[in-house]
Design a protein around this ligand. Sequence first.
Ligand code: GLN
Length: 490
Amino acid sequence: MSDLTKLTLKSALDGLAEKHFSAEELTRAHVSAVEAARPLNAYVLETPDKALDMARASDARRARGEAGALDGAPLGIKDLFCTEGVRSTACSRILGDFRPQYESTVTANLWRDGAVMLGKLNMDEFAMGSSNETSAFGPVVNPWRAQGDETPRTPGGSSGGSAAAVAAELCLGATATDTGGSIRQPAALTGTVGIKPTYGRCSRWGVVAFASSLDQAGPIARTVEDAAILLKSMAGHDPKDSTSLNVAVPDFPSFVGKSVKGLRVGVPKEYRADGMSAEIETLWEQGVAWLKDAGCEIVEVSLPHTKYALPAYYIVAPAEASSNLARYDGMRYGLRVEGANLTETYEKTRAEGFGEEVKRRIMIGAYVLSAGYYDAYYLKAQKVRRRIADDFDQAFEKVDALLTPTAPSAAFPLGQSSDDPVAMYLNDIFTVTVNLAGLPGMSIPAGRDASGLPLGLQLIGRALDEGTLFSLGSALETAADFKARPQAWW
Ligand code: GLN
């Protein structure tokens, strides 16, 4: 494998600027790496011809002195993003061979800045899942293995393809989305960096909707700096998304490496979940010590409604999903299974097109929204959501950011929880609060468990204060000095 795939995004961009190699060479190296890594099942669609065309166009732009911020950088795109003329399925059978006639705003922003598309990345169907096992294309295999153990493990989900591709050096960075943890948990399980920005920072236009009040796009990358570079391109106001925030995008990379001296970091006592593994607990304490050494003041804070977050999320998210997914009726695009009449065509199409987990969410969502149950479930969950946001507001009167673990465990074996939805939902225990409150959250690789699998720490920030997360994240990154990479077995 060529060394060009081992570069960080930042060093690849520097190398392109200094003409050490061309975008075409950089892209060819990645195309070969992607082909060689098919056993990981990270890509559901490879677009090598498009990638090479984009790379050659990038080289031409650079020769004319017109290179953009990401010019020539090969990236992977989660299959939830609509890409013009390129199959976009959300990894569901119901979208069939759907080729959008438009480009999502986030990916359009990346192409505007010169990035190159390597292909579409695997994910849980409609982004519902925590292990990538609900994908219609089958699970992604985590490039990481436990020492002396060949058991295939999950890369996490739903952005499992994005995280695995970044960890296995199959792209310099990837787009991902996070409704309840789908950027941060896969980042934690693969030793990569992932940031879910503030709700409204990135446009949702052209991103297949799961739960619209929670969905946000963000990057997965190998370093904090790379994540900052990518988010700067992805973010920005978009009149086509009514929840997109009309605020300037800060120069995120300039926050990386900035002193964190004097910042106050809160440790929420409610995140000490029952039965938390000793390794996660130790890692968290280590993170606190690292930030103290970097000059932060550590403050214990309370987020009293934390224990209601997961149940509230698993009402709000399915409710919105059941409504969003009503559009897949076999009439306009994607799969259509003919029945004897219109109703039967709807029924057959949806029965064959949706997977088990998606059907479960639609049923839960329809139930909690139905007359007679609406007040008891949906309305109650919305009230809980308000309380959770208030808890954060109060904490942020005292602190500048919060530090917690990202996920309750390291990468677990494929199949371990796939027929136990409640066990699967518990993966999101530390991440869903952030979506319910609309705040930015970031996962940083911070250590490894006894079997050598990566573990992540989560930083949570004030709304629109991703900058502080990039500074604190880079302080943790420097202290943790996480250099390990998965051994290529594929
Ligand atoms: N695992 C969570 C769920 O299944 C979160 C998914 C996501 O963030 N897209 O809903």
